[in-house]
Design a protein around this ligand. Structure first.
Ligand SMILES: NC(=O)c1ccc[n+]([C@@H]2O[C@H](COP(=O)([O-])OP(=O)(O)OC[C@H]3O[C@@H](n4cnc5c(N)ncnc54)[C@H](O)[C@@H]3O)[C@@H](O)[C@H]2O)c1
Length: 316
């Protein structure tokens, strides 16, 4: 028996389709809905393709794909998707009013026990839940892309979220094979996006000043910080290195680091030239149009290989 038997996934884009897949793969019954009928229609074939690649990459064991798909009911009506479910995951567009309106409709549609989770990347749950009677059963479960591959999910309750809602959600995410991490306060960007932007500020500054090339920066981080962080985590790296030494380095360097709120010049320039990365064919690296699909698929396969390594190292 899973913590929740029937789960609605609303919004089946980049995130929602992978979340629906993850739940169904773990044995949950999914009711899936998107306002775009094509996303609903394509859901089974999308999940089927993902699963085939994951089996090929040995991210998951051999699986009966048809059986997994039989647990995903495609709904063409929001109310139909929400009826009788124990848990709702909202993965619709990142617009506050849309999300507020959706959860307000949920109030009338779900039972008094149903837990309501948003996948918002930026809005505090307290803002989305404002004025709703369901707020004690609402929280943010912030998944990472691709959601069926990246293990971590940030769990961010708001002040009104009940301890039972938090605990049951964490148990459920663990049942899905995820690594939920609880964020104790509603700070903007939660935790991982804060870290990512703090590092990007410094990295873009260094690359912009030509202290290092983008290519060498990737080599440097992958083969040092990235490897150590993936293997044991940054806080343990600190414990292993010794905080006396790190304190000295911190004191010397802290005043040298970029600390202003302006967009780094190199990023400003790339943005104005439309060099936005893979989607426009040019970022720090070049992505010829005819190779973009292959490059994106290869990137996902690399994530899968590293996720498998990580899982094996946790299991060991
Ligand atoms: N893409 C990411 O890397 C990422 C990572 C973490 C969190 N998120 C968050 O997840 C959510 C979804 O992001 P995404 O990248 O999957 O977006 P997306 O644009 O790929 O998908 C959103 C889907 O929601 C559907 N939709 C919009 N309004 C709807 C409604 N009222 N009812 C039902 N369906 C509706 C759209 O048709 C679309 O298919 C956002 O809140 C986003 O901030 C995204």
């Amino acid at each position: 028996m899973m913590e929740f038997e029937t789960i609605a996934v609303i919004g089946l884009g980049t995130m929602g389709h992978g979340i629906a897949q993850t739940v169904a793969l773990a044995g949950g019954q999914v009711r899936a809905f998107d306002i775009n009928a094509k996303d609903v229609q394509d859901l089974h074939s999308r999940v089927s393709r993902n699963l085939a690649v994951m089996v090929e990459e040995e991210t998951i064991p051999e699986v009966n794909i048809e059986e997994v798909l039989s647990r995903i009911i495609c709904c063409h009506d929001e109310m139909d998707a929400l009826t009788g479910v124990d848990f709702v995951v909202e993965a619709i567009a990142e617009e506050l009013q849309l999300k507020q309106a959706f959860f307000s409709r949920c109030e009338a549609a779900v039972s008094s026990k149903t837990i309501l989770a948003s996948n918002t990347s930026s809005f505090p749950m307290s803002k989305i839940a404002e004025g709703l009677e369901t707020s004690s059963r609402m929280l943010n479960t912030h998944w990472f892309n691709p959601p069926h591959v990246i293990p971590v999910v940030e769990v961010i309750p708001c002040a009104q979220t009940s301890p039972e809602t938090i605990n049951r959600t964490i148990r459920f995410l663990k049942e899905l094979g995820k690594h939920p991490v609880r964020i104790n306060q509603e700070v903007p960007g939660f935790v991982l996006n804060r870290l990512q932007i703090a590092l990007f500020r410094e990295m873009l500054d260094l690359v912009g000043r030509d202290v290092i090339s983008a290519e060498d920066l990737d080599i440097a981080v992958r083969g040092s910080l990235g490897l150590r962080w993936a293997a044991v985590g940054p806080m343990r790296v600190g414990d292993f290195g010794g905080w006396d030494i790190l304190s000295k380095v911190y004191e010397v360097l802290a005043t040298e680091l970029r600390s202003d709120a302006r967009l780094p010049e190199v990023l400003e320039q790339m943005r104005s030239q439309g060099e936005l990365g893979l989607k426009t064919g040019q970022g720090f690296f070049e992505f010829p149009a005819e190779q973009q699909e292959r490059i994106a698929a290869e990137k996902d396969r690399k994530f899968m290989a590293w996720a498998k390594l990580l899982r094996d190292s946790y299991d060991a």
